[in-house]
Design a protein around this ligand. Sequence first.
Ligand SMILES: NC(=O)c1ccc[n+]([C@@H]2O[C@H](COP(=O)([O-])OP(=O)(O)OC[C@H]3O[C@@H](n4cnc5c(N)ncnc54)[C@H](OP(=O)(O)O)[C@@H]3O)[C@@H](O)[C@H]2O)c1
Length: 264
Amino acid sequence: MTTNTLQGKALVTGASSGIGATYARQLAAKGLDLVLVARDQARLDTLAQTLAADFGVAVEVVKADLTQAAELQALEQRLLTDSSISVLINNAGMTVEGGYVDADPARVEAMIQLNVLAPTRLSMAAAKAMAARGQGAIVNLASVVALIPEQFAGAYGATKAFVLGLTQSLATELADKGVRVQGVLPGLTRTEIFERSGHDLAALPPEWVMEVEDMVAAAIKGFEMGEGLTLPSLPDMADFAAYDKARLAMGPRLSLSNPAPRYR
Ligand SMILES: NC(=O)c1ccc[n+]([C@@H]2O[C@H](COP(=O)([O-])OP(=O)(O)OC[C@H]3O[C@@H](n4cnc5c(N)ncnc54)[C@H](OP(=O)(O)O)[C@@H]3O)[C@@H](O)[C@H]2O)c1
């Protein structure tokens, strides 16, 4: 049976800073044990010690570069075999400098490995293990740029549209298997992601930028409300519901045996 309560042990990718570190703190405050994953072992160790001391939860650190096949596969195996992990927060992600014309192709490839391949393989492993147990939760960090890729240069928006599509189809497949799936679509959120890729958050209007504690608290609240998709900034979810209804209403007419009259 699905539950709207996050409980047990959460594995959080990208837990060394920003949204992931904030999820770790807010989940620890709710009493969840944690597995913290990222590349920066020193930062993860410091966070683990703080959370264990502040909240009395068990916190384990796993150093992993999720763009490296062997390290991703090791984490995938952990999700397949460790039945104590009841929540996966698929959060690690990056942007790159520049758009399509001037970006470094190797950096774009790394972004696709981190933003697309890693959450795909990790959510597939978690889905398999959790569906077999009939319980669990998978939370995928997409972005509002999944809905408006024209407003963020380069392939980043496309990686987040992939995460949105993955989340929607995964939720459908797991609907009757006791596993909750939530996609989170933050707007601009104050973290290191911008300075890591040469972007300047300070150049943007402050009313567009949410503090990371507020964003994660809203995302967790959305999970507890039973939402499949959570848009922390959007004032009225009826706007998204109308968009989604129009999208789905096209369904019966999107694949037909004859070309549309305008192409004849
Ligand atoms: N901030 C925003 O405005 C915003 C908006 C919408 C969606 N998001 C999404 O939210 C997620 C978290 O982003 P954030 O804003 O919190 O960024 P952040 O502060 O830069 O955090 C990114 C996290 O990912 C980890 N990471 C980066 N490369 C990695 C790799 N190769 N292997 C493993 N871990 C890696 C980083 O840790 P290490 O460097 O220690 O590995 C860090 O913990 C991302 O998926 C992002 O796309 C952010």
